[in-house]
Structures are given as structure tokens and as C-alpha cells.
Design a protein around this ligand. Structure first.
Ligand SMILES: [Zn+2]
Length: 377
């Protein structure tokens, strides 16, 4: 009796496990609350019911993954998609150490219809966007210099136009209260002491007594008064694994070991140390394990771009004239991809008075509106 009951229990357990495995195989969406698949995975799963569409979708992804269009530090595009020409595009972006990259697509995220992802240049997925109430937001912030490719892709079978932005932001706060980029008057690498050394920081000018603030949360590791830096403060920033150096201060308002938050006043601008013959300024430096690094990308503020251009009603253009060129960025001095005289191209979007265009399922780039003619669908 005992053995029989044990066998029944074992059989029930085996059946339950088999049931779970079979359900996972045939209805994986029942397990989404555990596996948290990306929007791409969910969409591709849905497309398996129509193999031709899945093939087309994969082709469109592959196109975006080899696009060589480059985004500037702040980029704003109106993009358009339709059932006949679903939007797909890749954008190569350089991120400096000290910068984070943000990208977003304005979209109705209750019913997802766009995909926004970051890949490395070998095609490895680094990150997917997070959906908020009104947009897809992607942030890449790992505090190292790298080149990545963002891809944006519209679901098939939708007609939509929306706004797409890519821009960079400094990881740290600005170290002088109420000041901005224009107060930085001397940059990294310029010669010092008649060329015997290079400037290992940024000089940021303000009146004597102007508040110097912590650029990040951290711990004050040293407060001292000596040498070239004069009255100086060192702040240990764990988030970026670096030490921030604030020099030439008039006064120091913190003590060693003190914990500070980003934006806290830690000292006042002065001209102590070897700055005593120059106007008051803050020398701001950043030191990592390998030595000093350029602080500029860590603090350089970049405005969020606007694009006031309207998208045309037409979806196609034809290159007109011998100066009809496709370029890697929306400006006349950007690298030439190819001449597009007499070529027909699809409009993917626009950036000011430049069109983002693609030749069939091939190369994408930018052409100025003056060198193409709109053609009716
Ligand atoms: Zn300096």
C-alpha cells in the first residue's frame, strides 16, 4: 500500500513536470512573467505564425545592423514607417569615457510597435530600451570609450510617424554652482611650464568665493594645502571609480572622511598654489587607476536637440543633379557614401533640411533636400 501510494505520487510529479515543460514549449508566453522576454523576442514569437513576415522582419533587422550612418552628440529625427516600407535603421555612435548615451522614441507603449536597441559593432546586443508611458528610452552608461550601433525598427503592418532622439549627457554634475561649459577656458592637454608638462584637467573660471560643488556623491579623501594645487580637495567617487581633484581653492568647507552628495558646496573658488598670478578659477581633474583622464566629457553639458522640420507626405525621392550625394551625417562636410543622381530612395526620416534615405534594402545615408526631388508614391 505504502509503495503504491509512493508510485502514484511519483507519477503525478512526473506528469506535472512534463505538463509544465510542454506548456513552456507550446505556450511560452504563459511564462513571460518569469522570463521577462524583450519586446523583440515577444514580437518574433508572434510572427512565427506567418513565416514570410518573420523572414522579412529578420531581413530588416539585418539591414539596420550594417548601417553606417553616424549620429552627432545630439541628434533629432522625425521618422516614418508604413506597411510597404517598414522603418529600420542603424546609427553608429561614439561614446567617450565620462558620457552616457540616451536615445528615445516617442511611442504608444501600451501597445508596443517600435524596437530600440544598442549593439556593439560585432552585432552583440548590449541593451534594449525600457518602455515608459510615452516613449522607449535607452541609456548606455558604462564609463568607457566605445563605439556602438543603435538600431530602431518599426513593427511590420503599421503606419506611423514619430520623433527619435539620440543625445549624450555628462555622467557628473558641473563642479561650479550655476555655471556651464562657457566657464571652461582651458582644456586637457595644453602645454604648461613652457611645454615641460601638459594640463591634466580643465580650468573653470568664476569670481573669487564662487561655490565649488561636489560633481558626484562620494567621500572626501583628502583636504590639503600644498604645491601647485594650493588649497585642494580630493573626492572619491565610487560610481565612476575615480578621484576628483579640486584645486586653487580660496577656502575648503569639508573635512577628510566626510560623505558628500552631488551638488553640495565643498569649497570656494580662489587662486592659491601656482594660480596666484592668474584670475581665480577651479582646476578640476579626474584620476583613475591608470592616471589622469580628460574631465571634459564627464562635465560637458549637451542640450537636448529639437527638430522643427516637417516630414513630407511623399515616401520617395530621386537624386537630381551631379551634386546629389548621400552622406554619413546630415551635413555637407560629412563623409560621402555615394552619388545618388537618378537613384530612387525611400525616405526614412528627416533632420532639419536633410533627408535620411535608403536605396531599396541597401545603404542608408543623408542627402540635403536641395539635391533630391520628392516623388509621389
Ligand atoms: Zn588647471
Amino acid at each position: 500500500m505504502q509503495i503504491l501510494r509512493k508510485n502514484i505520487v511519483s507519477i503525478l510529479v512526473i506528469l506535472a513536470v512534463a505538463g509544465v515543460i510542454l506548456t513552456y514549449f507550446y505556450k511560452p508566453e504563459y511564462f513571460d512573467f518569469i522570463t521577462q522576454p524583450s519586446v523583440r523576442v515577444q514580437y518574433e514569437r508572434a510572427l512565427k505564425k506567418s513565416p514570410a513576415q518573420l523572414v522579412r522582419w529578420n531581413e530588416l533587422t539585418a539591414i539596420a545592423l550594417i548601417d553606417s550612418v553616424e549620429s552627432s552628440d545630439s541628434y533629432s529625427e522625425h521618422i516614418i514607417t508604413s506597411t510597404s516600407r517598414p522603418f529600420t535603421a542603424g546609427y553608429v555612435v561614439d561614446i567617450a569615457q565620462g558620457e552616457s548615451l540616451l536615445a528615445y522614441i516617442t511611442t504608444d507603449t501600451i501597445k508596443p510597435s517600435w524596437i530600440l536597441e544598442a549593439y556593439d559593432l560585432s552585432g552583440k546586443l548590449l541593451q534594449t530600451a525600457t518602455a515608459t508611458d510615452s516613449s522607449l528610452i535607452l541609456e548606455v552608461s558604462n564609463n568607457k570609450q566605445r563605439r556602438i550601433r543603435l538600431i530602431a525598427q518599426s513593427f511590420l503592418e503599421q503606419t506611423d510617424s514619430t520623433s527619435f532622439k539620440i543625445y549624450k549627457q555628462p555622467i557628473l554634475g558641473f563642479p561650479l554652482a550655476g555655471k556651464n561649459n562657457s566657464a571652461i577656458k582651458s582644456f586637457w592637454g595644453v602645454a604648461r611650464d613652457g611645454g615641460r608638462r601638459n594640463h591634466e584637467g580643465n580650468d573653470i573660471f568664476a569670481d573669487r568665493g564662487h561655490p565649488v560643488v561636489a560633481a558626484a556623491d562620494g567621500i572626501i579623501s583628502s583636504v590639503r594645502n600644498k604645491g601647485l594645487g594650493g588649497k585642494q580637495i580630493w573626492l572619491q567617487d565610487q560610481l565612476t571609480a575615480s578621484s576628483h581633484y579640486y584645486a586653487h581653492l580660496d577656502s575648503q568647507l569639508v573635512t577628510s572622511g566626510q560623505r558628500v552628495s552631488r551638488g553640495d558646496t565643498i569649497g570656494l573658488v580662489g587662486n592659491t598654489g601656482n594660480a596666484r598670478t592668474t584670475p581665480p578659477h577651479l582646476h578640476f581633474g579626474i584620476y583613475r587607476a591608470g592616471g589622469a583622464v580628460d574631465p571634459k566629457p564627464y562635465i560637458w553639458q549637451i542640450s537636448i536637440p529639437e527638430n522643427s522640420a516637417k516630414l513630407p507626405l511623399a515616401r520617395f525621392v530621386i537624386g537630381s543633379g551631379s551634386g546629389s550625394n548621400l552622406r554619413i551625417q546630415p551635413n555637407a562636410s560629412a563623409t560621402l557614401i555615394k552619388n545618388i543622381q537618378n537613384d530612387t530612395l525611400t525616405i526614412l526620416g528627416n533632420v532639419g533640411d536633410w533627408y535620411h534615405l535608403r536605396i531599396a534594402d541597401d545603404v542608408a545615408g543623408f542627402a540635403h533636400e536641395s539635391v533630391v526631388q520628392l516623388i509621389k508614391d
